[in-house]
Design a protein around this ligand. Structure first.
Ligand SMILES: [Zn+2]
Length: 420
């Protein structure tokens, strides 16, 4: 070991051999490389090969460090006479045109930026913040451009709140794979329409069979307008949230407007009441039992709420309808106005609830995507650059790195090849 041939092997760039290794005054390893084999060069304008060299200009690219020592590649970049483009520089396989970093170094920085803030990645690789951010952008762009285009059967539409105040965003996702497709400001018809039309092509739109969403009217309008074949499936969590709100309103009625003695009894029980029975442990269950002993009406309402889970267990739409009829019959003579209103609400949205029989959408995915979005935003300390944020979210939810082989693929000197 120790010869230039070994250095060439370590460097691992096909078509390039190491000519000389030097140390510069900054402590960098400078590696002079030269083309080997056929003396024809690729035009950076049109991609055709030519042997007509006008002149050469020595340029350097930062590369991955060798044993933590920074490395600069030095190569005389040719200027070519191209028959089609005129005078153009040569295209090298290890870097993009105009880039000052090799592609694999850029990939390494971009990859690190997905698990740490950009400022940390910049320090770690001894580059400026701007360089790291540009590397990250190029990395994510290349990945998103080259990865396979899926045609999701089930979409998810949800709104998230970002920042202070009532600033809402619409999130469109592929709930089959659990990936973000796009993000758009506001929660209006226009924002969802823009997402469906810009982020998806016609082939993808036609493949959609169901859209999981909450009962937000503008979203429903756009789905029936843009995705003719697709059916709306109302998100279980949102439906049950309405049930919990009704239950909470009952608690307020029963305890807080019934004098100070009862009020004391019902204080601080809100979260207890909103929890599901199956997730409660011993002491909490006992606490809930005493609460119910004080008020049977609340008990009745709680049981009715718990029963609603069964709406999503039926195989046919008539099954759902029969269950809901039975549920409302149980309400009769109980004098529970909040629950009666909830029953009306459920009947009004029966189509979207019962659609689950035909389209078994993965409800949990929408929530887990929301959690990922919040985590990415927090790590980035907020983000102003929208396209960049969408790319980062796509990456975080698609999880393209699942094995060491995936990392190797991303760090390949000649380009990105992603399977996901
Ligand atoms: Zn050309």
């Amino acid at each position: 070991m120790g010869s230039l041939r070994d250095c060439t092997w370590i460097l691992g760039l096909t078509d390039y051999r190491v000519v000389e290794l030097t140390r510069d005054e900054d402590g960098r390893v400078v590696i002079d490389v030269e083309r080997r084999g056929i003396r024809r060069y690729v035009c950076s304008g049109c991609g055709r090969r030519t042997g007509r060299v006008r002149d050469a200009k020595v340029r350097t690219w930062d590369d991955l460090p060798w044993a933590e020592r920074p490395v600069a590649l030095r190569y005389p970049l040719r200027r070519l006479w191209c028959r089609h483009c005129g005078i153009r520089t040569e295209r090298v396989v290890f870097a993009d045109p105009h880039a000052r970093l090799t592609r694999r170094f850029r990939q390494r920085i971009g990859l690190d930026c997905q698990s740490m803030p950009t400022s940390h990645a910049a320090v770690r690789h001894a580059v400026s913040w701007g360089t790291a951010r540009r590397a990250e952008r190029a990395f994510l762009d290349a990945w998103d451009r080259t990865r396979p285009k899926h045609r999701p059967r089930h979409l998810g539409v949800d709104e998230i709140q970002r920042g202070k105040g009532q600033r809402f965003w619409t999130v469109l996702s592929d709930v089959v794979r659990g990936e973000v497709i796009g993000l758009q400001q506001d929660r209006s018809e226009a924002s969802l329409r823009a997402l469906l039309n810009d982020r998806m092509d016609a082939r993808q739109r036609v493949a959609v069979e169901a859209v999981c969403m909450d009962m937000h009217r503008p979203y429903l309008n756009v789905v029936t307008e843009v995705l003719r074949r697709a059916e709306a499936v109302f998100d279980k969590f949102h439906v049950l949230q309405h049930a919990s709100t009704a239950l909470d309103e009952m608690r307020r009625q029963e305890f807080f407007r019934a004098g100070p003695a009862m009020r004391e009894h019902g204080r601080g029980k809100r979260w207890l009441l909103l929890r599901r029975w199956k997730t409660l442990r011993g002491s909490k269950r006992a606490e809930l039992r005493t609460l119910f002993a004080a008020n049977r009406r609340l008990f009745k309402a709680y049981v009715l709420r718990e029963q609603l889970d069964r709406l999503w267990t039926y195989k046919t739409r008539t099954g759902v309808l029969n269950f809901l009829n039975g549920w409302c019959d149980a309400l009769r003579w109980q004098r529970l106005p909040e629950m009666e209103r909830l029953g009306e609400f459920l009947f009004k949205h029966l189509d979207g609830i019962a659609a689950y029989c035909d389209h078994q959408v993965r409800f949990g995915v929408v929530e887990s995507i929301n959690t990922t979005i919040k985590a990415v935003l927090r790590r980035a300390r907020g983000m102003r650059d929208e396209p960049m944020l969408v790319l980062k979210l796509k990456w975080a939810t698609a999880r393209p790195i699942r094995s060491a082989r995936d990392v190797m693929r991303f760090l390949h000197p000649e380009g990105v090849h992603s399977l996901r």
